[in-house]
Design a protein around this ligand. Sequence first.
Ligand code: TRP
Length: 403
Amino acid sequence: MPEKESFIVTPYEVRGRIDYERLRKQFGTQELSGPVLEELREAAGGTLHPLIERGVYYSHRDLGVLLAQYRKGERFFLYSGRGPSGPLHLSHLVSFELCRWLQEKFDAPMYIQITDDEKFWARSQLTREDSIRWGYENLLDILAVGFDRKRTHVFFDSRSIAAMYPLAVRVARKIPYSTVKAVFGFAPSTNIGLVFYTALQTVPALYPSWESGRSVPCLIPCGIDQDPHFRVTRDIAESLGYPKPALIHSQMIPGLLGEGVMSTTGGNAADNALFLNDPPKTVERKIRKAFTGGRASVEEQRRLGATPEICSVWALWRTRFAENDGKFEQVTRDCRSGALLCGDCKGELIERVQAFYTTHQAARERARDHAEELIITQPPKPEGWDRKPSTSREGSPSPSLYR
Ligand code: TRP
């Protein structure tokens, strides 16, 4: 494979210039287009979220199946998550904003997983204290997106483990080491925490079915880099008597420096990503020096126009800063024609990002009041150990508990 074309996307590594269509084929997922999009639009009451309209969400697994069940009256729940290792950046909001829209349109319960164990296992420099601290900080940013708190639940791995573990042990027994080795490319030196971890990421997808004792369909909006985890989930779900979760996958937001994607870690992370806690001046500085699809001179740009598709600033308009289709089309058209110069485009975007940060940070402070009470800490049902000691001679609890 020529060097220029090579890229790598796994849950633990994203590298190179991603060809999303090729990636979708590699992963074997379905294209989010045509009839399934129209079914989604209709079920959602006639509209689609801009992230879907603009193709940021571009791939899925079994969304059609989920919608067919929905039309028959079967309600689904939503699940997404975050592995804390630092502050959130704009790219992280992509899944949660779609979740919020879906929650509203489909009146769906939302499960958020904060995996304060995952990145601790994946990144040797990260301390336990920082994983936990970022976990709480990230949770506030996620809740600031505006979920219905009566229908929103949080698995904070190290705090929710008593609730998750009964299901995790069942899940883990179904996953052979050879599978995780092949799916995640683990090396002999990989610590065994990561080997087990995928079982924990599977748990929320099956939890409502396990808890209620009936089949509850699940939809997972996530970056396409997370698909490998859920291939494992989908492989084993039915063998435990639960439905396979459906998925809807997004592209990742490109880095501001024109290299790779926005990321929390890596040598150039600080200037490549817009973190949600960046002060206004930092936002301005990062956008001012961001990579664009512009020309070498003003004269050339006026004459030939610029290239939105390769521009990191256009990607931000596309993801969340164009408030409607009209604005998005205008920015795209004026960029391409040369009517809009990069300096002016950046200036307008900077103001919008700063205004969004002000609103977001206020919402995040309000979330402090209720974040704690959304965290699941109690096991869903007795497993045996949490029952009163048996007084019967047999001394064993009812076998139905071990179903
Ligand atoms: N592994 C994800 C990360 O690295 C976190 C995560 C947990 C997640 N559960 C999820 C992401 C469900 C998407 C959907 O950030």
